[in-house]
Design a protein around this ligand. Sequence first.
Ligand SMILES: CC(C)(COP(=O)(O)OP(=O)(O)OC[C@H]1O[C@@H](n2cnc3c(N)ncnc32)[C@H](O)[C@@H]1OP(=O)(O)O)[C@@H](O)C(=O)NCCC(=O)NCCS
Length: 269
Amino acid sequence: MKIRKAKKSDKGKILSFCQHTFRWGDYIDRVWDKWLAKKNLLAIEQNGKAIGICNAGISQNQVWIEGIRINPDFRRRGYASKLVIASERLAKRKKLGISRMIIADNNKRSLSMAKKLGYHIEDKWWLYNLSPKKQTTSAKIATNHQDLSDLIQSTTFSESWNWFSLDKKILPKLVKQGRIVVYHKNKKPQAMGIWNKTSRLDDDVMQLGYLSGTMPGIRQILHFMQNKGFEERKDRVQLLIQDKIKPKMPGLDRRMLFCLVKKELQDQA
Ligand SMILES: CC(C)(COP(=O)(O)OP(=O)(O)OC[C@H]1O[C@@H](n2cnc3c(N)ncnc32)[C@H](O)[C@@H]1OP(=O)(O)O)[C@@H](O)C(=O)NCCC(=O)NCCS
């Protein structure tokens, strides 16, 4: 058994068992080349043949562990756990303090693995779909970050299926990128959303990766997204929303629940 960086020549062997991983299929074929180019795609091999992978997405303070796949003939032998531990080791060498993963709430084996490796559930997030539609809305793209900090009601936000730490420091950057949608009433911000202009996986999908505020304000943000999806001729607006928010609106379809799991890395070096 050996863990090493994935190679171009592993692609066929890995994709051969990553077609029907989940009920809806898999996405590894769509991200393989991008992950390989970033050079943090790990492979585990047995007798010289790659039998599993995992990608370690590096950002400022965390490693985002994703795409853990083990060939069905080699499962339950500790290989996935070894890949996760290798990703954490890589992160510790880079002095990153946090490791996070997103796991579907119904993926009990992965959740059990994460728990065994010392992860805890930080939050639960729902995936919603919203059909693009012409809408009027009073929500707007924020032009400054003042007053928005009260609307930070989560430790993270999602960006193309990666979750990142959300704090006051990141707001000016997101405002500059034109990605904060805000609804004001009596000059006070009532609700905000973080808009990911496209999805990393699909050009036809527009994504909202965070939502908070009053329910009337939230509806204004959702109308904004619906309208943007319509204007930009997207197939679908995908929303990732914390479990506690529970928005309701015509055209809003709740799809799947996910667990965001987290582990602190610093004190374990
Ligand atoms: C989930 C997956 C990565 C686990 O790979 P693996 O190499 O078999 O996992 P490990 O042998 O390291 O298992 C570690 C722990 O996970 C849990 N686990 C793994 N497979 C399990 C199963 N079939 N049933 C119950 N628990 C399971 C157990 O707690 C296990 O510890 P144990 O064997 O000591 O009881 C593998 O089943 C897989 O590729 N699944 C499809 C893709 C997927 O779900 N990826 C994760 C997306 S977040």
